[in-house]
Design a binder for this molecule. Structure first.
Ligand code: CP
Ligand code: NVA
Length: 299
């Protein structure tokens, strides 16, 4: 059975902690390995990407493998070849599929019909690779995650869903300020709550950031929601992470963003460029975490 990475939960609680430690070790030792030697990863990307593509392409190479990048534009995916057929063909060519797409059900279809690991490189429902890199970025500064309080400011989107999922596997506390009408899927909240995740959703960003160690935000309109941009700008007024909001967090609180950032919308240029901003370390950590994920999936 192929070992898929669709959600943080696929790692299990111990596995999730072990993965963060392994990624840190890989970062500290500038790890180069051979677990992908002679292997090929297909990167199937139905949405744009800078970080995820580069960091996965580099991660695979640093583990001894090679990659083939594919989008719907130049492949038969864009001409309606069913995913289940693509999955069966690629499973005979390559050793894993790293997939960025819209609905999570597309990953499920690839996994069901393929026979190689499928790795979630972002869907509308989650971005688990990013959140693990975020947790590594926090862990490097605050190794005792039970002392960490994180505020999420903005949309109840794919990133928020993965953050909420993470509360079931890591001991930090998550405060979310999300405008009414943009809450995450209740099933996501329920699943994390059942597993003991510590999180609270409020409407007021000031309430969410009060005393937290880390402040996180993301774009107001995610990929695929471009037509809602104007409507969302209205709905998210007051949810911009600016210096005044950062001042309500704990002294020395840090700012995180998965990037790309829209300065002047969800975050000010001042906060992005401030000493509190650790977004470049965070982006670097994508590569280290993904090496650990690949090592786990290719075992
Ligand atoms: N954060 C992130 O996934 O960035 P990209 O869209 O550039 O891959
Ligand atoms: N929520 C954003 C994350 C990008 C990394 C999106 O899906 O576009």
């Amino acid at each position: 059975m192929a070992q898929h990475f669709m959600f943080i939960g696929d790692l299990g609680k111990e596995g999730a902690h072990a993965l963060i430690k392994r990624a840190k070790e890989m970062k500290d030792t500038r790890f180069r390995g051979d677990c992908m030697s002679g292997k090929v990863a297909a990167l199937i990307f139905e949405k744009a990407s800078t970080r995820t593509r580069f960091s996965f392409e580099l991660a695979v190479r640093q583990l001894g493998g090679t990659t083939i990048f594919m989008t719907p534009v130049e492949s038969q995916l864009g001409r309606s070849e069913p995913l289940r057929d693509t999955a069966r063909v690629l499973s005979r060519y390559v050793d894993c599929m790293i997939v960025r797409t819209f609905g999570q059900e597309k990953l499920d279809e690839l996994a069901r019909y393929g026979s190689i690991p499928v790795i979630n490189a972002l869907t509308d429902q989650g971005h688990p690779c990013q959140v693990l890199a975020d947790i590594l970025t926090i862990y490097e500064r605050t190794p005792d995650l039970s002392k960490v309080r994180v505020a999420w400011i903005g949309d109840g989107n794919n990133m928020a869903a993965s953050w909420i999922e993470a509360t079931a596997y890591f001991p930090f506390e998550l405060m979310l300020a999300i405008p009414e009408g943009y809450d995450p899927d209740p099933a996501v909240l329920e699943a994390a709550r059942e597993k003991g995740g510590r999180f609270t959703i409020v409407r007021d960003p000031a309430e969410a950031v009060a005393g937290v160690n880390y402040v996180y935000t993301d774009v107001w309109a995610s990929m695929g929601q471009e037509s809602e941009q104007k409507k969302r700008e209205e709905a998210f007024k007051g949810y911009c992470v600016d210096s005044a909001l950062m001042a309500l967090a704990a002294p020395e609180a840090k700012f995180l963003h998965c990037l790309p950032a829209h300065r002047g919308e969800e975050v000010t240029d001042e906060v992005m460029e401030s000493p509190a901003s650790i977004v470049w370390d965070e982006a670097e950590n994508r590569m280290h975490v993904q090496k650990a994920i690949l090592e786990w999936a290719m075992r």
